[in-house]
Design a protein around this ligand. Structure first.
Ligand code: SAM
Length: 290
């Protein structure tokens, strides 16, 4: 796809690290300032050099004889010192992850942290991120949200991760692979309850963009006989506030202790009230059960 007119300006940049957000689908979702920075930086660094090169080609930006340095999860420790040295020597370095905003479930953090520690200028060219894009279309409150990244892939770790999030008084944003979508929807039904509101946002800004809104149970039902492809963000409505005054928790714990071991009762009550298992376990012990 050609971008039409060349809109970028080539101007010397102040030395520093420029963290550049790039499109999450539609190539034209890039800011004019991001294009200026990509056109002007002395050194370019990218999680995926082919993707950045392609994006620059689309927008008519020549790499010329500027270095394009790979910097990803597997080599960030080796690549960073070279980039930091370049900045210290007065160069501008633009860093882009494969798609979206660097450091949002993407590399860039060790590089930015080291640049800050060395007193170098660090600035952002803000732009697309799938998390914010999903929040924009999900139809769920955005006044307070918690970005939780990817859930762990093993079942037990994923369940503990979700249990910790279930009672957060905030809209939750999760990234998920289409391969695990049915498993996480099953876990969400069990841990968050089928009635929690959610939106499954797939292939945002791309040709087959789709947003499935409803309760967790309805979204699971809508997906269970489909093979979902592409990239997915899950947005979950906030946990209901649970009355958790001491007397209510103690009464629930006493009821649970009549039927369960201390450990199981502590787990069940902690999950129901959004408390830590250790605190409820201590409370159970103090109520005379071992
Ligand atoms: N740094 C990126 C950002 O700012 O959104 C995220 C990179 S992370 C490695 C990739 C994940 O982001 C995907 O697995 C998916 O969960 C989400 N994602 C990226 N692009 C997406 C899109 N167009 N639609 C839906 N989800 C997307």
């Amino acid at each position: 796809m050609a971008s039409g007119k060349t809109v970028h300006e080539v101007n010397p940049l102040t030395p520093g690290l420029y963290l550049v957000a790039t499109p999450i689908g539609s190539a034209r979702d890039i800011t004019l300032r991001a294009l200026d920075i990509l056109a002007s930086a002395d050194v370019l660094a990218a999680e995926d050099t082919r993707t950045l090169r392609h994006l620059m080609e689309i927008h008519g930006i020549a790499l010329g004889d500027r270095p394009l340095v790979p910097c990803h999860d597997h080599n960030e420790a080796q690549a960073s010192p070279r980039l930091l040295q370049a900045i210290a020597a007065g160069k501008s370095v633009a860093y882009a992850s494969e798609a979206g905003t660097p450091m949002i479930s993407d590399p860039g953090f060790p590089l930015a942290r080291a640049a800050i520690a060395e007193g170098l200028q660090v600035t952002a060219a803000p732009g697309p991120s799938a998390a914010i894009c999903a929040l924009t279309v999900a139809g769920l409150p955005t006044d307070r949200f918690l970005f939780a990244g990817f859930a762990p892939s093993t079942k037990s770790a994923r369940r503990s991760f979700l249990q910790e999030l279930a009672h957060q008084p905030a809209t939750l944003v999760l990234y998920e692979s289409p391969k695990r979508i049915n498993q996480i929807l099953d876990d969400l039904c069990e841990i968050f309850g089928e009635s929690r509101k959610m939106a499954l946002c797939r292939e945002l800004t791309k040709r087959f963009e789709e947003v499935i809104r409803g309760s967790v149970g309805q979204v699971r039902e809508a997906c269970h006989d489909r093979v979902l492809k592409g990239e997915i963000v899950l947005v979950l409505g906030r946990g209901e506030k649970v009355a958790s005054d001491a007397a209510t928790v103690e009464a629930a714990l006493d009821r649970a202790l009549e039927q369960m071991t201390v450990k199981d009762a502590a787990t069940a009550v902690a999950e129901a009230f959004g408390l830590t298992r250790r605190d409820v376990y201590q409370l159970a012990l103090s109520r005379g059960r071992k």
